[in-house]
Design a protein around this ligand. Sequence first.
Ligand code: UDX
Length: 726
Amino acid sequence: MCLQSGYPYAGVQYSTECFCGNEEPPSASRRPDSSCNMKCPADPREACGGYFTINVYETGIAKFTPQVPREVAESEEPPVRIAFLLTLNGRALRQVRRLIKVLFHRDHFFYIHVDARQDYLYRELLVLERSLPNIRLARHRYATIWGGASLLQMLLASMNELLELGWDWDFVINLSESDFPVKTNNQLVDFLTANKGRNFVKSHGREVQRFIQKQGLDKTFIECDAHMWRTGDRRLPWGIQMDGGSDWVALSRPFVAYVATAVQDSHAQKDVLVEGLNTVFKYTLLPAESFFHTALRNSQFCDTYIDNNLHVTNWKRRLGCKCQYKHVVDWCGCSPNDFKPEDWPRLQGTENRQLFFARKFEPVVNQAIIDQVEDWLYGPYPSNIANLKSYWQSVYHYADLSPPPDDSLVTLAASLARMSAKSLVLKSDGNGCFVHPGNVHEVTSYHNNDNYKGSLVLFEALLNGGTEKVVFETLVEPQHYMTVLKDTGPSGRLKSLLVSSDYDQKEQMSRNFLHNLGPFSEPILVYQLDVSPQPSTYNVTFLWVDPAGQLTEMSEVHMEDGQAINFVKPLLHEPLLPGVWTVNMVYDTAVVAFTQFLVTPLQFVSGTNVSQQQAGFLHSGPGQPYPIHDAAVWDKLLDNKVDRSALQRKALVNARRFGLDLKDWIDSLNSKFYKVLDTCITSSSIRALSECERLPLELCENTEWSSLAPDPKSRITLVNLTTGRL
Ligand code: UDX
């Protein structure tokens, strides 16, 4: 057994206490507001279940040392069986299917937890249970926010259920939607078979006190309303050796039974260590990064500890540590980057090491690297495989209640369906075909060869007044407007200047591929300059002008040649005035370039058509003057040929538009910012075409860009009886 030297005598019980902000919290910390159901308890001890004692186990040896894994089994052992615990979030359904496909073997098990707020992924994965008995989705789902205490609750509940399902597994390995294997299934099984009964967790490898502080372990956090509120300082349990690092682990069945049963099952014999740690970790940021490590080191399982999480992680802290989760946790958290082809040496370097998985991978960022890894492990796909280089990711599905659909996206999709219908009428060459668009079913972003190619709108329609619904899918492309007026300084090197939202600082890209913005969006300006042999820097000002011609915001930036993509987030008041906005780039006292973007008026609010009254509020702009320093000076630089009072009068008239008139306004704006490239018809609709036979349309199932085109790399079929794989 293994007690850290210097710790008190074995067998003695030590008390612990924690605080919940009854002292003045540090200035950066916040409290849950009054609408939060769970407030910080009046008695600070309630936040950790009161004082409790933790038993330190009897030891003989003073020093804890992690074990060295075995390369090969010591004797002829039956191969271990693995339960993959997939903890999923987001909408990358096809990548998740691809992950399941590559990991699948009939001897393994898959237990899938989908964040309770993600209807789409849950619904689409649930169907797998029907055909594959070794796949099961968690029914009791948690809203597992980034770094939240709920992540550990979810892992323990899932492990508990894994124990109760009657599945005969030896190890649990947790993985997310952005993990992918870097060794074959057989290699993983051989390695774990040689190490049956051991537990793989990765430790921080630095001084413990520093780890505790960096990790916020000495602070109490309360998870409430999908936020981790930091409520104050606390003291950690005495007599316990804290440890932690990565929350990606491979745990043996006996240890899982020890940590998960004691916590979840009220009839189970309570273990005082696990019970105590569970209480502490209910109020801990990033709990899964320390809970398992600490439970391992301080329990009878301490000599099964192996300091390896079997993962290579693509840390690029300069990009990944930007406090990007401030809206979710009162802490500055970091995330690893997605792998790209230039990271290949790092992946290849895992070959002779005991590393079996890598993170992170996201096909909307780069799919080529996923193809390369899969090819490396299992050989190339047949050369005639369809659509290997394509990727489709859902953006909207009509059946989703959660997360609630974005009104501006639903409005845009309906408008694009109308634009598509109009283009079909034109295509029918005046032979009287009338396409009446109905509900939008789905919006999907389409990527090919790691380029975004456009978005797909799947919608229903009636033809020529018929009653049978026909389903079309249309490919649309957002249009960008960047104009360089003077080829001087930075404008001469402008590579891109565009406005979107959902900027990911880590991956340096906007995740809003369609660039749809509505009155409640938060626009950001994304720019990049070309590389130059003699890099220069420039002081530039961006002037944001609303559709009524009024200067609304001024952003000052420092641009550098060849610098990575950068962004500016303006402070704009909501609701934004709908219509065409202009961002002027000022350098050396002149406007040298500009870009335009659209804020779409809303046709829908929470799924229903806006009333005239709602339109008046939504489409009138923020209703207060924009305070701009030296506005008159900047104003002089702007286009003085524009008749501002005419634009203002027009904006007032527009704000009164509703019903058909509102739709016309929306469509006329969108027709400038989006282009319908192509439309196909689904095979199930072909019968109804007799009404309108001469529509020259391909079947979506045969159209390479369509979301209905074959996608074998992500298709889950029947188990191959010879190999046991999919
Ligand atoms: C990094 C580290 O890899 C991880 O060890 C640490 O716990 C958090 O920081 P990161 O890539 O930032 O991970 O997190 P991500 O993979 O996005 O999320 C972690 C897990 O939480 C995933 O399983 C993800 O599906 C889940 N999650 C995340 C949710 O369920 N809901 C969310 O809203 C966010």
